[in-house]
Design a protein around this ligand. Structure first.
Ligand code: NAD
Length: 341
């Protein structure tokens, strides 16, 4: 059986990445859509052969509970809408994939996790990198100590935003925050899988050079982590400059990915002079098939809800550090909390 997925929110990520990827997936397919824009209904129905009974809007969405063709609801809306639609999906008895960031607060992440548990549905994050081979290779280097014990990680996830100043990503009510909420979560993730540890503290700084454009959301943030082993790390995220890399230095060598977190192909080198190279496949295809195998065959959940919550705890700590003039904020995670399978 192939699982039927319904995409909620037909913006650029659904249109250009997820729907095309769902044409190639092995264990799931595009079965339905949920949109607030009536004109999109016909376009998507024609393009992907979606029957009218599998098309919903935000008002009648809860009726999806009665639709046996929809197994999974994939929430691809502005950040502040993730919690509402993930919770409504779970209450309708559907498995949930929630885009990053999981919500706009830790409280929202807890609410999503709890409702999914109560409803007995599976919950996965849209963290596509955990399904692609370069990130697997990073995790293996760290696990196998290929370059010794990790001493330092640096990670950058940023792009230069110059588009419509009215876009939701620059509207705090809809985004919950700026670069950190959008790209910063990738840098946080890299720091964690680059060391194999959750951080024990973070201190952060914010920089603003175009306040007339970034009226209410963060433009550039840097943050420094300490890890239980003694390793340290530095991340940057921005909507003002382009950056996409991670670097890990250990007791006996180093490796670098650049790019490290875009849609690929990614690319890497090591201190041994090796090039890290894998055949390119759609990350979104790999990610959705991994989640479908988790649902269908009980295979490990590579990006569980706890991972999204962990990252939001770190995001909140970074904002708290900035609000307190760069104060070091302690973090208290169980070892391995939020790590995927
Ligand atoms: P987008 O702006 O292209 O699309 C947003 C969609 O939400 C549109 O279809 C819009 O009509 C709809 N929407 C509903 N209510 C809205 C409102 N009040 N304001 C604005 N739009 C509203 O955004 P996107 O790039 O598709 O991002 C959607 C989500 O996916 C975000 O949470 C983003 O972080 C995430 N995303 C993840 C990745 C990834 O690689 N995992 C990549 C891109 C986006």
């Amino acid at each position: 059986k192939k699982l039927g997925i319904a995409l909620v929110g037909l913006g650029s990520y659904s249109t250009y990445q997820l729907a095309p990827a769902l044409q190639d997936t092995q264990h799931c397919y595009l079965a339905g859509i949920v949109t607030g824009t009536p004109e999109k209904e016909k376009v998507w129905a024609n393009k992907y052969g979606i029957p009218e009974k599998n098309i919903y809007n935000y008002q009648n969405f809860d009726d999806i509970a009665n639709n046996p063709e929809i197994d999974v609801v994939y929430v691809v809306l502005p950040n502040s809408m993730h919690a509402e639609f993930s919770i409504r999906a779970a209450k309708a008895g559907k498995h949930v994939i929630c885009e990053k960031p999981m919500g706009i607060s830790v409280a929202e992440c807890d609410a999503i996790i709890n409702v999914c548990k109560e409803a007995g549905v599976k919950l996965g994050m849209g963290y596509r990198l955990h399904s692609e081979p370069y990130t697997q290779q990073v995790k293996e280097f760290v696990r196998e100590k290929t370059f010794g014990d990790v001493l330092f990680v640096s990670a950058d996830a940023a792009y230069r935003s110059t588009g419509n100043p009215e876009q939701w990503r620059l509207d705090k009510k809809l985004s919950g925050g700026g670069a950190l909420m959008n790209m910063g979560v990738y840098a946080v993730q890299s720091a964690i899988y680059g060391t194999g540890e959750n951080p024990i503290s973070v201190a952060a700084q914010e920089f603003s050079t175009r306040p007339e454009y970034f009226k209410e959301t963060d433009e550039t943030i840097t943050a420094q982590f300490k890890f239980p082993s003694g390793a340290v790390g530095n991340i940057s995220t921005s909507h003002n400059f382009n950056a996409n890399a991670m670097y890990v230095s250990g007791t006996s060598g180093w490796f670098r990915l650049q790019p490290a977190n875009n849609y690929g192909p990614l690319s890497g080198v090591t201190s041994n002079g090796d090039v890290i190279k894998f055949p390119h496949e759609s990350q979104q295809k790999l990610q959705m098939d991994d989640f479908a195998r988790h649902v269908l065959f009980d295979e490990p959940n590579k990006a569980p809800g706890e991972m999204g919550k962990r990252d939001m705890i770190i995001v909140e700590a970074i904002y708290k550090s900035i609000a307190n003039g760069g104060e070091t904020i302690s973090l208290d995670f169980e070892p391995g909390f939020g790590f995927g399978g």
